[in-house]
Design a binder for this molecule. Structure first.
Ligand code: SAH
Length: 343
């Protein structure tokens, strides 16, 4: 069966030709899938019954059904979805003053191995298809009756490790004939896969790039991010500079604050040197405790001292507001507790 929701209109045209149908059917089907968002061919009422049957024999329509959704007191909603092969993924819908934002997963699990992250504990299970990523957006909009204005590819998984499907997803979700979200309202977060950043720069898709930097030097970074052994901060920042030159998009440096590991004043000074002179924004993330790991979130005092040092050095810095902490909203936590059967 062919995953029809992952195909763009041109590909659909080719499919129609291959089954002896006129190419304009592609536009009709694309609209049924991405605007009206039906989940069966039978609902495509402007197609003949025989065509609907023909389509149903050859194509499948990916749909996600939440096995659980949890609403936090701050309005954040966490969805847990079971995929057709039984795998489980999660996404998070956040509501801000300026609109609704969704954090989508790009893989089942992750193989990057960052020591403070719950998504990576059992490694990578598999990549998500473009339609499975897309459905996280559609299903959240449907079930919560909202229009999502921002997408962050910051859930479980490393998007650069599932590059083609993630790019396909970005193109589909920003398609003018589909959801039509501006690529500028999409953020892709990476732990720093240099070839991926370089490739993305040439994609003609000026999404916001977020780099999970988390340390001011390679030595510290290597202690909790295995990917730091493959790419040095110097190389990664060079790639980010290239990304900025190509897209004019200011890069975000994410910096998860871990008590006693990366939160000293010396770290803040070093980070200022890296960020200084670059068109970037530093987002400090008080780390969420995961039960499998001993890392502890930096104290409020340390975080504000750290922030003050960056500000003194004229770095653009914010502290990320934690949302949904009462519902295990951080990367991979809910999925794990679901799989362990204790929620
Ligand atoms: N693999 C990509 C995207 C997924 S992780 C990346 O590394 O960017 C999304 C963000 O959440 C990353 O910045 C990651 O470091 C952060 N993160 C993961 N676990 C966390 C935790 N327990 N507390 C705070 N941030 C966490």
């Amino acid at each position: 069966m062919i995953d029809i929701k992952s195909l763009n209109e041109d590909e659909l045209k080719n499919e129609m030709r291959s089954i002896g149908e006129p190419a304009f059917r592609a536009g009709q089907i694309f609209s049924w899938l991405h605007v009206k968002r039906v989940n069966s061919f039978d609902e495509m009422t402007d197609l003949s019954k025989s065509l609907r049957n023909k389509l149903a024999e050859r194509y499948e329509i990916t749909a996600l059904a939440a096995v659980r959704s949890l609403k936090s007191s701050d309005g954040t909603v966490k969805f847990l979805y079971k995929l057709s092969d039984g795998q489980v993924i999660e996404s998070v819908l956040m509501t801000y003053k300026h609109g609704h934002s969704i954090c989508v997963s790009s893989q089942v699990g992750c193989r990057m191995g960052c020591a403070f992250c719950a998504s990576t504990i059992d490694g990578l299970v598999r990549n998500l298809t473009a339609s499975e990523i897309l459905e996280q957006v559609y299903e959240a909009e449907r079930s919560c009756e909202v229009t999502i204005s921002n997408i962050v590819i910051m859930g479980s998984g490393e998007p650069m490790d599932n590059y083609d499907n993630v790019i396909r997803f970005i193109r589909l979700v920003s398609d003018k004939k589909g959801k039509n979200i501006s690529v500028r309202n999409i953020t892709l977060s990476t732990c720093g896969i240099v070839p991926g950043i370089m490739k993305l720069a040439d994609e003609g898709l000026p999404v916001t790039l977020a780099l999970s930097l988390h340390a001011p030097d390679d030595e510290i970074r290597k202690t909790f991010m295995p990917v730091a052994k493959a790419f040095s901060i110097e190389e990664i920042l060079k790639a980010c500079d290239h990304y900025f030159e190509k897209t004019s998009r200011r890069v975000t440096f994410e910096y998860s604050m871990i008590d006693g590991v990366n939160d000293s004043p010396a770290c803040a000074e070093k980070l200022s040197k890296l960020a200084g002179g670059r068109n970037c924004h530093v987002n400090l993330i008080p780390i969420n405790k995961i039960k499998e790991r001993s890392f502890v979130r930096s104290g409020e005092d340390n975080i504000s001292k750290f922030k003050n040092i960056l500000e003194k050095n004229r770095i653009n810095v914010t502290i990320r507001r934690s949302m949904g902490t009462d519902i295990d909203a951080a990367c991979g936590q809910l999925r794990r507790s679901f799989m362990e059967g204790d929620t």
